[in-house]
Design a protein around this ligand. Structure first.
Ligand SMILES: NC(=O)c1ccc[n+]([C@@H]2O[C@H](COP(=O)([O-])OP(=O)(O)OC[C@H]3O[C@@H](n4cnc5c(N)ncnc54)[C@H](OP(=O)(O)O)[C@@H]3O)[C@@H](O)[C@H]2O)c1
Length: 266
């Protein structure tokens, strides 16, 4: 069997989303991808979803590897990969596992790129940042960008900034879901049936995000454009500012960043 172009180690939610994105984007045909998944039932599920995909129990040689196992399983997966003698680039998406630990477990000289993706990657709309390890070249970074680019946007940062990325975009979807929950309740409070409030909230968040993305305008400009003098939005915004929503968001990102640093040290 020819060497795979990419082997994804860990067939969980992220591993599956990556495979789906890579195939959908035409990054590689299914028969050039491999998956390592230890659970037989899960392996069968993924073989059924991706006809032609080879799913193994142990890693093997490939042109590149993605580590998509839970953080606690990362070192064992790295050692299993290292024992094959593989020296191809490795992209790790395991939250909070530092490059130094990945490099130590994989062995000296293996190019490693560490990434922090987020859950919208599951629908191809992720925001990820990546950082290069000591042996990773420009080509390895470009390769890692192309892999994660199949499920969203990718930026490069130095490793110490990955904690800030975790606080902003890693945890960010949860902040937005909390806003969504509150808006649905608010809609009910002002008299809307819950399903109507839920539908309007979902589309408002989606529409606002698309407008922000597609218009090229800043958030400030878009907000000013819907705030007419003495109008309803100005009243609503005053209530948000009085409640400290802006500073609460600053605190949320700082708290999540600090927690990420703490977890990285432990
Ligand atoms: N989900 C997200 O949105 C998100 C966001 C940012 C970062 N991440 C990171 O992405 C990684 C994967 O997350 P996930 O949500 O996809 O986790 P998950 O659903 O738990 O998937 C992990 C998979 O890897 C398998 N596995 C564990 N050890 C293995 C090994 N040595 N060889 C082969 N397969 C192995 C697990 O099988 P078993 O059940 O047998 O252990 C499981 O199927 C995590 O490190 C997480 O920190 C996820």
């Amino acid at each position: 069997m020819a060497t795979a172009r990419l082997q994804v180690i860990g067939g969980g939610r992220m591993g599956e989303a990556l495979l789906a994105g890579l195939v959908a984007e035409g990054w590689a045909p299914v028969d050039e991808l491999r998956l390592v998944e230890r659970l037989p039932d899960r392996a069968d599920e993924l073989r059924a979803r991706f006809p032609g995909l080879v799913v193994d129990e142990e890693p093997s040689h490939a042109d590149g590897h993605v580590l998509a196992v839970k953080p606690d399983d990362v070192e064992a997966a790295c050692r299993a990969l290292a024992s094959t003698g593989a020296r191809a680039p490795v992209l790790s998406i395991a939250a909070g596992v530092p490059l130094a630990r990945l490099e130590a477990a994989l062995g000296r000289g293996t190019p490693v790129v560490r990434a922090m993706p987020n859950t919208p990657a599951l629908v191809g709309a992720g925001a990820a940042a990546l950082a290069a390890g000591t042996a990773a070249s420009e080509d390895d970074l470009t390769w890692a960008e192309s892999v994660l680019g199949a499920v969203g946007t990718v930026v490069r940062v130095d490793e110490p900034l990955l904690d800030a990325v975790t606080g902003l975009s890693g945890s960010g979807p949860a902040y937005v879901f909390l806003v969504a929950e509150a808006l649905v309740d608010a809609g009910v409070l002002v008299g809307l049936p819950r399903p109507v409030a839920a539908a309007l909230t979902r589309q408002t968040l989606l529409g606002a995000a698309r407008l922000l993305d597609e218009s090229g305008e800043s958030p400030e400009a878009l907000r000013a454009a819907v705030t007419s003098p003495g109008g309803t939005t100005a009243s609503g915004l005053r209530a948000l500012e009085a409640a400290g929503v802006r500073s609460a968001l600053l605190d949320a990102v700082v708290a999540a960043t600090e927690r990420s640093r703490e977890l990285g040290r432990s």
